[in-house]
Design a protein around this ligand. Sequence first.
Ligand code: PGA
Length: 240
Amino acid sequence: MKVIICENYEEMSAKAADIFAAQLTLKPDSILGLATGSTPVGMYKNLIKMNEAGKIDFSAVKTFNLDEYYPIKRDNSQSYFTFMNENLFSHINIDMANTHVPNGETDDAEAECKEYEKKLAAAGGVDLQVLGIGQNGHIAFNEPDDALFSYTHVTDLTESTINANARFFDSADDVPTQAITMGMASIMSAKKIVLLANGANKKDAVKELLNDKITTSVPATLLKLHPDVVLICDKDAYGI
Ligand code: PGA
């Protein structure tokens, strides 16, 4: 895993956006794997600016998001569907038909998971994936456990994740307790991965990435098996 340490969140976001911009220059019809949460918002802001300035073009791009709460209405202000529209899609020249977020309002979540994997495979797999990391070391909603799932599945959220995400809801009781998430194999099949971490609350999770161990109790450590991962973090997350 390559590691880039940045002064602050702004530098981390700019560097990550540069990698995405380079990807679109090299392959305008890239399949991008996208993430929600606070971490990638700065990168999305940079990409919006580059798109507005005519430096990058999303017209041929397809996107697949990592996860979505379950159940949740797409028009709920905290759904990841709404998050993506507000933080990226509505500001760039992407064809909305080319964007994919797991459907959190389906009655048949198992069928949705299978369908999502099929769409991902039919698109040819993700060229460049952005990931955040949970304080507990999760990636997407692959929570620490004795065993992890390979493909898109429904999962229970851990207390740590519910508490971490409660800041976006009126209270922790309002956070959905389940999610639809890509699995570890779905994520690891991306050709290139940019993992972002900022803030001192990510320090312990980042430390686990930098030692030599791989454990399902810190799902992000499985990324050490991937041939092309760059961790871009700020000094606080790196612990210096
Ligand atoms: P955050 O979430 O970007 O809001 O910190 C990251 C994650 O939980 O994967």
